[in-house]
Design a protein around this ligand. Structure first.
Ligand code: FES
Ligand SMILES: [Fe+2]
Length: 342
């Protein structure tokens, strides 16, 4: 699919979205009630002819009820990119995250493993951590003092030692599934089942083995900063924007310096939306090699020879958090936060 046909690219995104949230039954219902037929092919038919497609109904971008459904059907089932192991260098490093109104903590244990837990004390539900990040030997709830090991097990519950039938083992922190991929990126899945219904491989198989990332060594970067913005538009609008470059020539006149927009294209495989920006040898020499992906549902990532950054939608109202990593050395000091939407 070429850049010029990207106007209909959203149909690819919503092919992923539609499968995740409603499936065939809902699509048939829409076709019946609205005469709307989702297009899951891109902008080109098998004959090569370019087509257009319709976006989702407008109120799907505004409805609180629909967002509640998305929280259950998408954000509680799909794998979400949230961080990188470079932020968990030492034992006890922890960071609080939020996705779709679910708060959770990722922490590095004494055994070196990175685990995740809902940020909810098993006693009365107070948050286990109340700051954004830190380093702790033990996680202590600041309400009544229950404490948990870095592996989530309940260590102490003051006063409960006198309660004969109190079962300490069944009061560990509630885990969230964590996967650290071959490049060190940290993914979570909030499915409450022992094994998530959607396997990471189902949506992202081999994305950490692809040649497009071979020329980057993710160990060469170091965490630099995060920044956050809130936009008064739905999270899907942000996904729409990221995944079409139809606007690039007009809205980002500087993009043509780092990519050939004529050759720009995107391809969707599972939950992985790959962006292909063709760069010349001269552009690459100037540090402009760029590899971008959108990982449905929550994150987009840009890898360049100078920095790695990924942005995550956090809530319905496009709360966006970007984490940025720079190469070791002075590049990190020189980097500035990007403008939103770039
Ligand atoms: S709510 Fe955490 S100790 Fe009571
Ligand atoms: Fe843009």
């Amino acid at each position: 699919m070429s850049y010029f046909a990207a106007i209909s690219y959203t149909s690819l995104t919503w092919g992923v979205y539609g499968l995740a949230i409603f499936g065939l039954i809902m699509q048939r219902l829409l076709a019946y009630t609205l005469g709307w037929t989702p297009t899951t092919k891109g902008s080109e038919t098998t004959s090569g002819a370019k087509t257009t497609s319709r976006a989702l109904p407008a109120d799907w971008y505004r409805s609180n009820e629909l967002y509640d459904l998305e929280r259950r059907a998408i954000f509680s089932r799909k794998w979400m990119l949230v961080s990188h192991k470079l932020r968990f260098l030492d034992t006890g490093n922890w960071i609080r995250f939020e996705e779709a109104c679910f708060q959770f903590v990722i922490v590095k244990g004494r055994d070196g493993l990175i685990r995740g837990f809902h940020n909810v004390c098993r006693h009365r539900g107070f948050p286990i951590v109340t700051e954004e990040s830190g380093q702790s030997k033990i996680l202590v709830c600041k309400y009544h003092g229950w404490s948990y090991g870095l592996n989530g097990t309940l260590a102490k519950a003051p006063g409960y030692q006198d309660i004969e039938k109190f079962d300490r083992d069944s009061n560990s922190l509630l885990p969230v599934h964590v996967k650290v991929d071959a490049h060190g990126f940290v993914w979570v899945n909030l499915d409450a089942k022992e094994a998530p219904e959607v396997a990471w491989e189902a949506d992202f198989k081999d994305i950490d083995q692809k040649a497009r990332h071979h020329s980057f060594n993710f160990e060469d970067y170091k965490f630099d900063h995060t920044w956050q913005m809130t936009g008064d538009y739905n999270w899907k609008t942000l996904a729409d924007n990221y995944n079409e470059c139809y606007h690039c020539a007009i809205a980002h006149p500087d993009v043509s310096a780092v990519a050939d927009l004529e050759a720009y294209k995107v391809e969707t495989k599972g939950g992985n939306i790959e962006h292909f920006a063709s760069t010349t040898p001269e552009q690459e020499k100037a540090g402009h090699k760029v590899v971008s992906n959108y990982y449905f549902p929550n994150a987009c990532m840009t890898v360049t020879t100078l920095y790695v950054s990924y942005s995550k939608v956090i809530g319905a109202k496009s709360r966006l958090l970007e984490e940025r990593y720079g190469l070791h050395g002075e590049h990190c000091q020189k980097m500035q936060p990007r403008a939103p939407g770039t």
